[in-house]
Design a protein around this ligand. Structure first.
Ligand SMILES: O=C(O)CCC(=O)C(=O)O
Ligand SMILES: [Fe+2]
Length: 303
């Protein structure tokens, strides 16, 4: 049974951000806290009030009818990109169905999902903003602001909508997504009122308790590899115990196809020998799609 988490929680509210100019001491202090959380836990909560409660509600409201469409209709939402398109329940994640969205306009499959598409656009632009502030802070914390400018054009994103069925009556607890790290750079997650997300740190599983207006930011394998292992990719899972379905959605910052993930020379020295060879991100994703293993990054790119 998981404990309840005491994850670092950072204040990215409008009021807090208004008081710190980019490059100021306050900005540097928050950047330092971001880096510390990425090193110690591989994830942290952010209080982020730029996403109004109404927009969050509209997302959850809009997702429900989409998941209640007939299976045949949902399957029409396809994508040539791994882990995108309609993702039906599977042996690995028996309660979970999802939509990995690289092109929201295609959601207009059988019924009119214009409202959801608009909501998705608003939500993803807020997440894009938050993601780029955090990425900027990570580079800043390593004293590499130029690196951010050079790299920001190499990132795109994808959005995932997720629905978990309630566990069957005769079971107490079901691991609905097994323990994993995300492959991408940063993930930003939001869940409805059914708390079921757990992260692993200090040798145990901890359930994430989301404070009001907060989101969870997780470091993925690509950022861990880039930092030569300085940043920790957070291991997490979803465990369903309540007799209630659960909805969540996530933003995934992703290196664009063809982008090479490579450790900068400044991260390599006698105490920190090179841990990962350079690799093309999309090749890594293809590797994971056919080799589900706990330590994919080490197997694929570890030296
Ligand atoms: O539904 C959640 O809260 C987590 C989903 C997740 O870990 C993933 O999609 O990689
Ligand atoms: Fe994940």
């Amino acid at each position: 049974m998981a404990g309840v988490s005491q994850l670092p929680c950072l204040d990215f509210s409008q009021e807090a951000l208004n008081q710190i100019q980019e490059g100021s001491d306050g900005w540097k202090c928050l950047s330092h806290n971001v880096r510390e959380a990425c090193e110690s836990h591989g994830c942290f909560l952010v209080v982020y009030d730029q996403i109004p409660a109404k927009l969050r509600e509209e997302m959850f409201m809009g997702m429900k009818p989409l998941f209640h469409l007939p299976e045949e209709t949902k399957k029409k939402y396809t994508s040539s990109i791994h882990f995108n398109g309609y993702l039906p329940k599977s042996h690995r994640a028996p309660l979970l169905a999802g939509f990995g969205i690289d092109d929201p306009s295609k959601l207009d499959m059988a019924e009119d999902f214009t409202n959801l598409i608009e909501t998705l656009h608003s939500m993803s632009s807020k997440m894009v903003e938050l993601n780029s502030v955090i990425m900027k802070m990570i580079f800043e914390s390593f004293d590499m602001p130029k690196h951010y400018e050079l790299n920001s054009k190499n990132y795109s994103c994808s959005f995932r909508l997720m629905k978990y069925d309630a566990p069957p009556r005769d079971t107490d607890l079901i691991v609905a997504i097994p323990a994993h790290t995300d492959q991408n750079t940063l993930t930003i997650l939001c869940e409805d009122e059914v708390q079921a997300l757990e992260v692993f740190y200090e040798n145990s599983w901890n359930q994430v308790a989301f404070p009001k207006e907060s989101l969870l930011v997780l470091v993925g394998d690509a950022l861990k590899a880039w930092s030569n292992g300085r940043l920790h990719a957070s291991k997490h899972r979803v465990t369903m115990s309540k007799r209630k379905e659960r909805y969540s959605y996530g933003f995934f910052g992703i290196p664009k196809p063809g982008t090479t993930v490579e450790v900068p020379q400044t991260f390599v020295n006698k105490e920190h020998p090179l841990r990962y060879r350079p690799f093309t991100f999309s090749d890594y994703v293809s590797f994971i799609a056919s080799n589900r293993t706990d330590d994919a990054l080490e197997v694929y790119a570890g030296i």
